[in-house]
Design a protein around this ligand. Sequence first.
Ligand SMILES: [Zn+2]
Length: 287
Amino acid sequence: MADQIHIVPHFHWDREWYFTAEESKILLVNDMEEIMEMLETNPEYPYFVMDGQTSVLEDYLSVKPENKERLTELIRQGKLIIGPWYTQTDEMVVGGESIVRNLLYGKMDCEAFGPRMMIGYLPDSFGQTARLPQILNGFGIDRCMFWRGTSERMGTAKTEFFWVGDDDAKVVVQLLPLGYAIGKYLPAEEQALKERLDKYFPVLDRGAVTDHSLLPNGHDQMPIQKNIFEIMEKIEACYPGRKTVISRYEDVFEEIEKAPALDTLTGEFLDGNICAYTGAFILPVRI
Ligand SMILES: [Zn+2]
C-alpha cells in the first residue's frame, strides 16, 4: 500500500480551446491572485506547479506587469514551480525541432525568474515519442512524467520505470496512470471522498514501486482548492495508515530513485486503449 500520499497543487493550462486566449487570461489572472496569496501567507501550503510551461507567466504578466517582482520572489523561493517547457507540446503531431525549441525557450524564460522544474512534464500529450529521453537529456533533464501511451503490453505493470532511447539516453518515468486531475476538487463530504478515492487508490497502489503515490490536486484552468487541509484530514481519517502531505513531483522522484530496481522500457508509447493498471478499456474522456 502506498501509505504516503503526495498532494501536488497544480493547474493544467489550455491557453485556448473551447474558449479564447483572452477568456483564459481572465481565468489566469483570477487563479494567480489566489495562488500567490496562498503561497505568500500560508507556510503549510508550500508549492504550486505551473503546468510545466512558462507561457502562463507571459500571459499573466501581459495583464499584470506590476506583479512581476511578487511572482519572481515566489519562484525564487521554490514555491511557484515553473518550466521546463515554453508551452505544453503534443510530441507526435509537431516536428522534432519544435520540441527542442520549446525546451530552449522555456529554459531561457526560466532563467529570468528562477529555478526551473527539471522534469519533462507532459500531463496531456497523446503519445510519447521515442526521441524524448534524448531531447530531455540534451537539456540536462533525466526525469519525465506523462499520462498516455504506455500499458502493460509495453513490458511493465509498474508506473515508475526507466525509459531508454535509441542512443541510450535515459530518464526515470513517473506515470500518471489515471491522469493529472484525479485530485481535482476533492469533495469534503466523506462518503463522496471515499467513493472517489476507493476507485483510485487500488490502481495507484498496484503500479507503485515505492510506498509513495501522487494525488495531483488540480485540473484545467481551475483555481486552487482552498479547503485542501480539511480534505487531507478526512483522507487520513477514512484511510487509516495513509498519510497526506502537500508536495512536489520532485519529492516523489527522490523516493523512486531510491528503489532498488526499476524496469526498463524502450521506444515510443502509443498504446491508446487499454488502461495498463486496471485492465479496463479507457474511454476517450477525461477523468
Ligand atoms: Zn490540455
